[in-house]
Design a protein around this ligand. Structure first.
Ligand SMILES: Cc1cc2nc3c(=O)[nH]c(=O)nc-3n(C[C@H](O)[C@H](O)[C@H](O)COP(=O)(O)O)c2cc1C
Length: 168
């Protein structure tokens, strides 16, 4: 098993968010992907320890943005290395809400997606959420941020809650 082969899987980077019972959070993910076209359905794998996981389960929905190449380490650090359990992620951020009231940050983002959860699969460490798209919008013409650009150009790392984490 050469786990370096897993680095050859290509991904984009996204922030997936939800709000429930007056609490909101959002986390960086590389696992958002479109799984069907008609209707449009997206899947995302979220670690059970992430506050975002609990909020998506309670809200029954999520909002997501596709990050673009303007996203820097400070921005990704806020949404990808810190938990909404310890800080208010959307405080001071350029935040809007979708029609269902889910918050999303439009800074450093080129598109957004809003989904209602239609199915959930327990994967052990992570929950796999399947969402049906209710809103899709282009936010800008910047290039989407890929995982390889993040690793190789921005020189960003991966925390243990990401499914793509590998011990050194
Ligand atoms: C590049 C990158 C990719 C990540 N991918 C995922 C992912 O696909 N799923 C996940 O659950 N966490 C992923 N994470 C980790 C979460 O973003 C991180 O645990 C976050 O701090 C959780 O915040 P929360 O507790 O407010 O939800 C990723 C982080 C980074 C930096």
């Amino acid at each position: 098993m050469n786990e370096k082969a897993l680095y050859k899987i290509t991904y984009g980077l996204y922030v997936v968010s939800a709000e429930a019972e007056g609490k909101s959070s959002g986390c960086v993910v590389n696992t958002l992907t479109q799984v069907t076209a008609s209707p449009v359905r997206l899947s995302v794998a979220i670690n059970k320890e992430n506050l975002t996981c609990e909020l998506i389960q309670k809200a029954g929905r999520f909002a997501a943005v596709a990050l673009d190449q303007r996203a820097d380490l400070a921005f990704i650090g806020r949404f990808g290395f810190r938990s909404g359990r310890d800080m208010e992620k959307y405080e001071g951020a350029s935040t809007a809400r979708d029609a269902a009231g889910m918050p999303y940050c439009w800074e450093n983002a080129c598109a957004r997606y809003s989904c209602r959860i239609i199915d959930t699969l327990d994967l052990g460490t992570h929950m796999l959420f399947i969402g049906e798209a209710e809103e899709l919008e282009i936010l800008g013409e910047q290039e989407p941020l890929t995982y390889s650009y993040y690793r190789n150009v921005i020189k960003g790392g991966t925390p243990k809650n990401a499914p793509s984490y590998q011990e050194k």
